[in-house]
Design a binder for this molecule. Structure first.
Ligand SMILES: *Cc1c(COP(=O)(O)O)cnc(C)c1O
Length: 396
């Protein structure tokens, strides 16, 4: 089938919630994807922080093959080994976390955290409000969307979950004041904000939030859907600040390309949850759990995490050098393999110029180019991507 015909089918039959470029992706290998015409693209978006091990990683392919021939799905009414083992692996990876709730996406992971925090808050003084931050993104359901800062995403669908209060990001004083006023059951924060523009939280901000949560008996929820599972060079992005959250939402990279979501909970929250409180038909089937175990065990080694920090520092250095020579870069922000390049240009023009150069880039709004390369990226790939980005910014 020709690319044009595939695009025409999509335009006729799929709800138009995405603007897609005119090519059709067909296969991938490592940091590269190829369209149906055979054109190669260096993938520096990684399926929006999902393809942490790149495309067609052997550990993932083998896990899929082995489990697909054994058992795919039986529902959560029964015990299966891959789920139990993945839960153990996750708990052991996160000090302070005692139990795992499984679901299918980042939004669902946040939604589970919302429900668990509500149950905790009601049992501890009847608290129901939430504090979230400007530039936050937590998902698209009526609860997760309520915690998402961008008015354009929220307003067409209001009324959403009530009782959400936004505070400026990285401004501890403002958060302290707001919390005294609204007495929330929980505060939700991304240690590095992703969709909102790649803004890293300062360690002092996260430490201060932990302290003020403790003072008010509120829970600290870290949304690690984008920044977690090694992206920043720590397995969990909040680790860099030394804080321990009460709830953690995880998704994007954990399934290596298959859908999985996880809400990780400390015992004092988990102990309030009973059969019937929450559930999912699809979640944590043996296939996705076998794959997630392969992903997690590949990433969660000291050497692999150190390699992410080294490559991340290299990418950051190359972007700084690019910024020094290009006046259409106004700021570079990021950590590990998560970078934002702020530009006065519109990302609506930058991304298509990237496609022409054979480079897949992301955007965070109109003026931040977002880079989320797979963790298996090599320095040579980074050089090539930065050279292509240079041509994009020169010509777009
Ligand atoms: C993408 C994202 C979500 C939503 O995840 P989905 O899998 O798209 O539902 C939630 N929180 C953060 C921080 C994200 O980046």
């Amino acid at each position: 089938m020709e690319a044009q015909e595939i695009v025409a089918l999509e335009q006729q039959y799929v709800v138009h919630t995405y603007n897609r470029p005119e090519f059709v992706l067909d296969r991938g290998e490592g940091v590269w994807v190829y369209d149906t015409e055979g054109k190669a693209y260096l993938d520096f978006l990684g399926g929006i922080a999902v393809n942490a091990l790149g495309h067609c990683h052997p550990a993932i392919a083998q896990a899929i093959e082995a489990q697909a021939c054994k058992l795919l799905h039986v529902s959560n009414l029964y015990h299966t080994a891959p789920q139990a083992l993945l839960a153990r692996d996750l708990v052991e990876s996160a000090p302070g976390i005692d139990r795992i709730f499984f679901c299918n996406s980042g939004t669902e992971a946040v939604e589970a955290c919302i429900k668990f925090a509500r149950k905790y808050g009601k049992a501890n003084g009847g608290k129901t409000a939430f504090v979230a931050f400007e530039h936050s993104f937590h998902g698209r359901s009526m609860g997760a969307l309520a915690l998402t800062a961008k008015a354009k995403y929220r307003e067409p669908f209001e009324p959403l979950m009530p009782g959400v209060h936004f505070s400026p990001f990285n401004d501890l004083e403002a958060a302290v004041q707001l919390m005294a006023e609204v007495k929330p059951c929980a505060v939700i924060v991304e240690a590095v904000q992703g969709e909102g523009g790649i803004y890293p939280a300062s360690p002092a901000f996260l430490q201060g939030l932990r302290q003020v949560c403790d003072e008010h008996g509120a829970l600290l929820i870290c949304d690690e859907v984008q920044c977690g599972v090694g992206r920043t060079g720590n397995l969990w992005a909040y680790e860099a600040s030394g804080v321990q959250p009460d709830l953690v939402s995880v998704a994007k990279p954990l399934g290596g390309g298959l859908p999985i979501g996880v809400a990780m909970a400390a015992q004092r929250v988990a102990s309030l949850l009973e059969p019937g409180d929450h559930g999912s038909t699809f979640a944590a089937n043996p296939l996705i759990c076998a794959v997630a175990r392969a992903v997690l065990s590949t990433i969660n080694t000291p050497d692999f995490l150190a390699s992410i920090r080294a490559k991340g520092a290299y990418l950051g250095g190359r972007l700084e050098a690019l910024a020094a020579k290009r006046d259409n870069i106004t700021e570079i922000r990021g950590r590990g393999l998560m970078w934002g390049v702020e530009t006065p240009m519109n990302t609506k023009d930058v991304l298509p110029a990237g496609y022409r150069e054979g480079l897949l880039l992301g955007s965070s709004g109109e003026h931040v180019i977002r880079l989320l390369p797979p963790f298996i990226v090599e320095e040579g790939d980074i050089d090539e991507a930065v050279a292509r980005l240079d041509r994009v910014l020169a010509g777009a």
